[in-house]
Design a protein around this ligand. Structure first.
Ligand code: MCN
Length: 790
């Protein structure tokens, strides 16, 4: 079935209420910490209080003698038995130098490299006993100088022997010579230097893991708050523990948000799994909020300089970018892909810029590892590009909308100079719709009204594009990733005609149990309540790559569609047998199999029953059962795009920024469930605006201490920080997946930060403020205004 026919089916585009919400809002959700196993003990990690130190010795004797303590494990206990954590889907250097991949031991060996690094694991009968004993572990540290700012990394004391200057890799894309040539002839050059601030993901559910071991079967089970249990199992068995995969089951039950931070293989997951066998008991660990701040992989942390070369009419000719990316103390699972293939390849944005050169230097510092966080590379690309584009407009004295429209891509498919080929989009219509919804025409009057109150009003634009449906093995491989991605779906039709879907995608807030059921119900013509969706269990789902990169509907959903194709093919054979007709004459629509040109028909349920209760079956041509699996590897990414317009009032006396209006018009292709999509956009906007105005992860430059280690210091956005968002969509269906969908899960977080900062800069233009870094906190805005007065 083609994407166009699919979009017309019943249930597609219907705002079906989320079936999973009943259990969540009635407290019946089953999160990892809700699981309690027989013979279960509790783990507490002793973490480094130093950002950088040599470990001279660890004395566990007092702790091990304390009541209830089963064992205190240190790095030495694991040495030679447990390998370090793998870097995973890495990218390689492009400058001829090998990328530095220093070891990342599960528990520190000889050195700690950031505040929160794992030094020892205490396992005791109760959580309280484990906590008390953790305080009795004596560690003799010899503190070393720390470096936390990526700009200082090269001058800092080396973290790893393998990287004496703390440099991890250099990566570049584009033709530097050609771009330099374009700059030499340009009529205008506009330049920005900016920082993309470090963020802490802060999912509501902290990370949690329970390792269990069954001596009789020699099998392990890991319950874990994780977004991709099969990949977790693969990395843990193949790289770290050296176990056969079939002996390990990973279950990621209900997960209370991840935003990328639960994709990675963390030290705690490995440690509790390994310890379960050593102690022959289940070992449970759940992070407290302080641990989450310190040890969840952080996001962003880029410092970038970018220049745009233009002709006399503001037409973009060339883009030249240099980015320093902070990777933190160790390489986390996907970290090396974030500032490279997920960032640099998006720098064409929505524009026809013919020449682009991007160079990335990635560095180790004494901070928590940095990895994917909602958007992963694409928010950094959009922030840089959309700030630069608005600055180009201001430098040339033309409108922020006008400069974009002059440079928009208008014909598709479009091959960018940075590897990607956009299949569809309609950027002009999207912007026009956003301008109408934002009532751009009324802005001048609103600005005057603000001025009358002593406020400065500004409007900021951001026209983002992202690459979603993260998978295409061929493209990822061509860009240097070690492995490609795909997704798996299994459809099990039961004899009564109800269906269980097994998907390799993992829902941790995105509502897959509803939208995937919509897809199956629509396709088979059965009620939604006859479909249930199973995910997050390597023991039940054949295989899966998990959920991130807004890939689930476009890759996971497409795998399900492929499996449904196979179901339809087989069911038609059964229907042909039932109605004594030729298979080629069977049509399937609206839940019924019909013989073409006759009134003969059988419902889907009867075919399902016949599959399991065969009668006079032609066994030479047909086998019983109705159960199919498909693996889907797309040929391209999907390219959601949109225009966001933000309007702010800034109080110059206090520096306070208030968002008065926020408009987001997105193109997500065919939409399965508009209510869920709207919720996804709301969530993304809140995180993106949170980054622009409030959130900031700060380490002390001298000591490397995490200064924003709690919600007292790290400002999370709250409902009263936002106006009611105005949302709308444009639809140019994706051309290469069978649903026509494009991902929506990250758009809000990608498109919104530059719209906010551009609005603030527009408001402050009359005061001479031209530069401002995120978050635009009152103190920072006020300071920027004062600097202009000085
Ligand atoms: N959808 C739809 N029509 C479309 C596109 C999507 O109806 N055209 C639906 C999908 O069927 C799915 C939801 O919208 O129910 C999101 O789909 P998709 O865009 O494919 O994204 P994923 O399901 O792969 O989710 C990943 C994405 C990412 S990368 C982050 S980060 C993120 C996000 O989703 N983390 C989240 N949204 C989150 N929402 C919650 N509540 N919690 C998180 O941790």
């Amino acid at each position: 079935m083609g994407a166009s026919d699919f979009s017309k089916l019943p249930h597609i585009g219907e705002a079906v209420r989320r079936v999973e919400d009943l259990r969540f809002i009635t407290g019946a959700g089953q999160y990892t910490d809700d699981v309690s196993l027989a013979n279960q003990r509790y783990a507490v990690f002793v973490r480094s209080p130093h950002a950088h130190a040599t470990i001279r010795g660890i004395d566990v004797s007092k702790a091990e003698a304390m009541p209830g303590v089963a064992k205190v494990f240190t790095g030495k206990d694991m040495e030679g038995k447990v390998n370090g954590l793998p870097c995973g889907w890495l990218i390689t250097s492009t400058d001829g130098q090998p990328m530095k991949e220093p070891p990342h031991p599960v528990l520190a060996l000889g050195k700690v490299r950031y505040v929160g690094d794992h030094v020892a694991m205490v396992v005791a009968d109760t959580l309280e006993q484990a906590r008390n004993a953790a305080e009795a572990v004596e560690v003799d540290y010899d503190a070393l100088p720390a470096v936390v700012d990526v700009r200082d990394a090269a001058k800092g004391t080396a973290l790893h022997d393998a990287a004496p200057d703390n440099h991890c890799y250099k990566w570049a894309i584009g033709d530097k010579g050609l771009v330099d040539g374009v700059f030499a002839k340009a009529a205008h050059i506009t330049k920005v230097s900016l920082t993309n601030n470090r963020l802490v993901p802060n999912a509501i559910e902290p990370r949690s893991a329970i390792g269990a071991y069954n001596r009789a079967s020699d099998e392990y089970t890991l319950y874990v708050a994780n977004q991709n249990p099969h990949v977790e199992r693969l990395l843990m068995t193949a790289f770290v523990l050296g176990l056969p995969e079939h002996k390990v089951r990973v279950i990621a039950p209900d997960v209370g948000g991840g935003f990328g931070s639960k994709i990675f293989l963390y030290a705690e997951d490995v440690a509790v799994t390994w310890a379960a066998r050593q102690l022959n008991c289940a070992v449970k660990w759940t992070a407290d909020r302080s641990e989450s701040f310190m040890s969840d992989a952080h996001g962003r942390d880029h410092v970038t300089t970018a220049e745009m070369a233009m002709d006399a009419n503001g037409k973009f000719l060339g883009l030249r970018v240099h980015t320093d990316a902070n990777l933190g103390a160790y390489l986390s699972t996907f970290s090396t892909c974030v500032p490279t293939i997920l960032y640099a390849t998006l720098l064409a944005g929505q524009y026809t810029t013919p020449q682009i050169y991007v160079e990335v230097d990635a560095w180790f510092t004494n901070t928590a590892p940095v990895d994917a966080y909602r958007g992963a590379g694409r928010p950094e690309a959009t922030y840089m590009l959309e700030r630069l584009v608005s600055r180009c407009a201001w430098d040339l004295g033309i409108g922020q909308d006008e400069i974009r429209k002059r440079n928009f891509i208008t014909s598709f498919p479009y091959q960018t100079p940075v590897a990607l080929q956009y299949d569809t989009g309609d950027y002009v219509t999207t912007m026009n719709k956003a301008q109408q919804l934002a009532d751009v025409a009324g802005f001048d009057a609103r600005r005057k009204a603000s001025e009358a109150k002593g406020l400065k009003r500004g409007m900021g634009y951001s026209s983002y594009i992202e690459a979603c449906g993260i998978a295409p093995s061929n493209i990822a491989g061509a860009l240097g990733a070690r492995a490609g991605l795909f997704e798996c779906g299994e459809i099990r039709v039961h004899p009564t005609g109800s269906v269980t879907v097994f998907t390799g995608s993992h829902s941790h807030g995105q509502g897959h149990e509803t939208t995937f059921a919509q897809v199956v119900a629509a396709r088979l013509g059965i009620p939604i309540e006859n479909v249930s969706v199973v995910h997050g269990d390597t023991g039940r789902v054949p295989f899966g790559m998990g959920t991130y990169g807004s890939r689930s509907i476009s890759v996971g959903g497409a795998a399900i569609m492929r499996a449904l194709d196979k179901i339809e093919t087989k069911a038609k054979k059964i229907a042909a047998h039932l109605m004594e007709a030729a298979e080629a004459d069977i049509e399937f629509a609206g839940g019924e199999f019909k013989v073409k040109g006759t009134d003969k028909k059988v419902p889907f349920g009867q075919v399902a029953l016949t599959a399991y209760v065969p009668h006079n079956y032609p066994l030479d041509k047909l086998e019983p059962g109705l159960n199919e699996t498909a693996f889907y590897d797309p040929t391209n990414f999907t390219f959601p795009a949109g225009t966001y317009i933000c309007e702010v009032d800034v109080d110059p006396a206090t520096g306070t920024v208030k968002i008065d209006r926020f408009t987001a018009v997105d193109d997500f292709g065919t939409i399965i469930n508009p209510m869920i999509v709207e919720g996804q956009v709301h969530g993304g906007l809140v995180q993106g605006i949170g980054q622009a105005l409030l959130e900031n992860c700060v380490y002390d430059k001298e000591t490397g201490q995490l200064l924003t280690g709690s919600f007292m210091d790290y400002a999370m956005p709250r409902a009263d920080d936002f106006p009611t968002f105005k949302l709308d969509t444009v639809c140019t269906p994706c051309t290469h997946n069978p649903l026509g969908t494009k991902g929506c899960g990250e758009a809000g977080a990608i498109g919104s930060p530059p719209a906010v900062i551009n609005a603030v800069l527009d408001a402050l233009a009359s005061l001479g403020v031209k530069e401002l870094d995120m978050p635009a906190s009152p103190a920072r805005v006020w300071e920027a205004i004062q600097q202009q007065k000085a």
